[in-house]
Design a protein. Structure first.
Length: 370
């Protein structure tokens, strides 16, 4: 097994810089360090150069949180019938649990510079590690399709805004999706694949700007909502009835469990990205800013937007794409749709593309699947 610590320094001395290796080259077999089995090792599974800083980890969590699914999830927590302070406590407790787990998951991958499926060999055996890796990979593939569908809805809104004559194609369906919906779905599929195939450095650059860019538009949208609705009409409790006593306590516990459950996937995947980090200090700092601070800020901005849709549009809208579609400014619609498409591409790449690629590469390392 190649992921033992006494081989890491030897690897970094003898293995070529990953950035200089052509993926289509057959020279990988010749460049594999002595003692590394071709049945267990390839370029994607071997130790990598560790250049990421705490900001890259923060950007990773931004890309994971800032999505249509994250928006709806954050809004739903404020609709559980709890007081706003109870929701905030549940958010903080749940996300701090995730922070602790993420730090633990990150350590072996950061120290050995290898991805999750390789670390799994320590617990499941060299070939038994394929079982949890394949299960996780298949789940990620399903979520990749779901997230791509959600983002394609925003793309369809933009297309219809500029080309209303294409609305007729919304009535023609195939396998439950309209022809225009299929266009948006496949177009986003190609865009995401193009970003992924450019390599890990390009992915890092993408998520480094995607998270802050989404925040900029979210704050702008929240400012517009407050301006139109008035601050007095903004409420941090979205439920029609507020619970109390043991009923409220039960909902707080459930909210904590929901937060932990929602982040369980990317937390399990986290070793696939912590392997690129320079040190555990960078990982811990990035996790602090990316989890409790980032998630709390995103949740507060989300509830402001959702709460303000009631006085503005006459109904509470939990779907950000539907909110953007109601805005009567074409530029705002275009910017909002682009933002949510970018956010979804970000979470798909970090949670549902990179990690399963490592999983499937672990099954047959001789094939450069990742």
């Amino acid at each position: 097994m190649f992921c033992v610590h006494d081989r890491i320094q030897k690897y970094h001395r003898s293995y070529p810089d990953p950035a200089t290796i052509h993926r289509g080259s057959n020279a990988m077999t010749d460049q594999r360090p002595a003692g590394y089995s071709p049945r267990l090792h390839n370029h994607d599974l071997g130790p990598v150069q560790q250049k990421w800083t705490w900001y890259n980890i923060l950007a990773f969590w931004m890309s994971d949180v800032h999505s249509v699914g994250g928006y709806v999830f954050a809004a739903s927590l404020f609709a559980l019938g709890l007081a706003s302070w109870q929701v905030l406590i549940a958010l903080l407790v749940g996300i701090c649990i995730i922070q602790v787990i993420a730090n633990m998951v990150a350590k072996p991958s950061q120290q050995a510079a290898v991805p999750y499926p390789v670390i799994c060999r320590l617990a499941f055996g060299v070939f038994g590690a394929n079982i949890p890796a394949i299960i996780r990979g298949l789940i990620a593939v399903a979520w990749y399709g779901i997230q791509t569908y959600l983002a394609s809805s925003a793309l369809v809104i933009v297309v219809l805004r500029f080309f209303p004559e294409l609305a007729a194609y919304q009535n023609l369906t195939f396998l439950g999706l309209s022809w225009l919906g299929w266009f948006g779905f496949l177009a986003l599929w190609v865009v995401q694949a193009a970003v992924f195939w450019t390599g890990m450095e390009s992915i890092k650059r993408f998520i480094d700007w995607a998270g802050p860019a989404v925040y900029a538009v979210m704050f702008a949208l929240a400012g517009w909502i407050v301006w139109r609705a008035g601050w007095d009409n903004i409420s941090f409790t979205l439920a029609e009835k507020e619970l109390s006593g043991w009923a409220a306590f039960g909902q707080v516990v459930m909210a904590i469990a929901l937060v932990v459950s929602y982040f369980s996937g990317p937390t399990l995947n986290f070793g696939d990205f912590s392997r690129y980090c320079r040190s555990m200090a960078d990982v811990r700092r990035g996790n602090f800013w990316g989890l409790p601070v980032n998630f709390l800020a995103f949740s507060l901005v989300t509830v402001v937007i959702v709460s303000g849709t009631l006085p503005i549009f006459g109904e509470m809208i939990h779907d950000p794409i539907a909110t953007v579609a109601r805005i009567d400014n074409t530029t705002a619609v275009l910017l909002g749709a682009f933002t949510f498409v970018t956010a979804t591409v970000g979470i798909n790449i970090v949670a549902n593309f990179v990690s399963p690629a490592f999983d499937f590469a672990n099954v047959a390392p001789g094939v450069q699947a990742a």
